[in-house]
Design a protein around this ligand. Structure first.
Ligand SMILES: Cc1cc2nc3c(=O)[nH]c(=O)nc-3n(C[C@H](O)[C@H](O)[C@H](O)COP(=O)(O)OP(=O)(O)OC[C@H]3O[C@@H](n4cnc5c(N)ncnc54)[C@H](O)[C@@H]3O)c2cc1C
Length: 393
């Protein structure tokens, strides 16, 4: 293979480019903006930096947050202590660090918008405003707003969520997560260096509705939007059947990250999956055991085994988790109450947060722990009811 073109230089494209170039392949990364403040919370879970330790071991500015406050209507709040912090980057800083690493590994990084990608025999012709590039293989990393029609996920309205919010010049030491009535989604406040990334994501509501809900939440909390910068973007959230039919790869190309719809349908975590899919795509491109004609199938299998089947399972759970009911109350409300009252339930939710609890084994862990959890909930309920607060803190 003479040249691999990576279209898009976000986390997925930059990391794929780094891996390919480090292995000695001639690699060009094309991004229309290069490093930029892509609308995002910027949160990286323990799962991500455990897999790729350079994400925590670096000098790039970031916050490391251990404290999360989860709140739900009619249930108040519960504090979630994270043994492993959530890292929170500004996306400019994160993208910049990843592009620099790709460059250092030998990738050519160029500011250019790819207008069209056409297959010509066994190669590609990429048209940019600066001219055309001939490449042997393409890694498509153009994000959720992929403008190239012939490669990457084919979106339907059921496969995305709206996500919008503000960068607010303020400081706080903990993360806030707020569930709302009848919303398959949530509000977050992520503290970053120098500002907060505050946002809401949800399915089935217009951007205007979501913004009104976020604004009234901020008003209630007394958080001013006076000097805030507004942002909005699309968050991939593939419907359960689409995980199987997803157009993730084809003859001479593979899609990585958001361009392939690879986002956790419950938490909205996409950064880890962007990098993980990039890692796997690079492995398949580099592996001579897979001739060009079988690379797409090899990549699909690898993704499915690594995290695809789990995210597909997550997509089936999402509605039940946000909109379902348990013991005559909403699931989010019960979740908040149980975190408050049951140490073992607290640990389970903490593991979901850190990414170390997969969805496939969640149900069996819940069932295994149900008796113990309910016992702790009942004991704690009576403790709180009949004993003065200072005796059981
Ligand atoms: C509001 C919001 C909050 C989020 N919060 C979190 C979070 O806290 N944690 C988390 O893990 N995930 C979060 N996500 C998801 C996360 O932002 C994405 O999953 C992640 O950015 C995907 O990376 P990517 O490289 O695939 O795509 P992107 O980051 O979107 O990068 C795509 C790149 O391609 C470039 N590009 C596009 N088209 C072209 C073209 N034709 N030619 C050249 N370049 C092109 C763009 O300029 C861009 O740089 C959030 C998403 C949203 C919308």
């Amino acid at each position: 293979m003479k040249l691999v073109a990576v279209i898009g230089g976000g986390p997925a494209g930059a990391f794929a480019g780094e891996r390919l170039a480090a292995a000695g392949l001639r690699t060009i990364i094309l991004d229309e903006k290069l490093a930029w403040e892509k609308p995002c919370g910027g949160g990286l879970t323990y799962k991500a930096y455990q897999q790729y330790p350079f994400l925590i071991e670096n000098d790039t500015p970031k916050r490391m947050i251990h404290d999360t406050l989860l709140s739900a209507p009619k249930a108040g709040s519960a504090r979630l202590k994270l043994r492993q912090p959530l890292l929170i980057y500004s996306r400019f800083d994160l993208n910049n660090m990843l592009l620099k690493r790709a460059e250092k590994a030998g990738a050519q990084v160029e500011k250019a918008r790819v207008l069209t990608a056409d297959r010509r025999g066994r190669s590609w012709r990429l048209q940019t405003r600066n001219g055309a590039i001939e490449a042997d293989y393409c890694v498509v990393a153009t994000g959720a707003r992929n403008p190239l029609r012939n490669v990457g996920t084919e979106w339907t309205p059921a496969d995305t969520m709206t996500a919008l919010g503000y960068y607010i010049p303020a400081r706080q030491e903990h993360i806030d997560i707020q569930f709302l009535p009848h919303l398959e989604g949530y509000i977050w406040i992520f503290p970053r260096c120098g500002h907060l990334s505050v946002g809401i994501c949800g399915r089935g509501y217009s951007a205007r509705d979501l913004r009104a809900r976020l604004d009234s939440y901020l008003d209630e909390k007394g958080i001013s939007r006076a000097d805030a910068e507004f942002y909005a973007h699309v968050l991939p959230s593939l419907s359960p059947p689409h995980w199987r039919s997803n157009r993730i790869a084809g003859e001479g190309w593979m899609a990585v990250g958001d361009a392939g719809g690879l986002v956790d349908p419950i938490t909205g975590e996409g950064l880890y999956y962007a990098m993980r899919s990039a890692d796997m795509a690079a492995r398949v491109v580099l592996d001579d055991a897979h001739p060009s004609a079988t690379k797409a199938a090899a990549y699909r299998t690898l993704l499915h085994r690594d995290f695809g089947s789990d995210l597909e399972f997550g997509a089936m759970l999402a509605k039940r988790l946000f909109l379902g009911r348990f013991l005559f109350s909403s699931v989010p409300a019960r979740m908040v109450q149980f975190i408050r009252r049951s140490p073992r339930f607290h640990d389970l939710v903490e593991d979901i947060f850190s990414g170390s609890q997969d969805y496939a084994s969640l149900r069996s862990r819940l069932l295994r722990n149900l008796n113990g959890t309910l016992h702790e909930v009942v004991v704690n309920f009576f403790l709180h009811r009949f004993m003065p607060a200072e005796k059981h803190v």
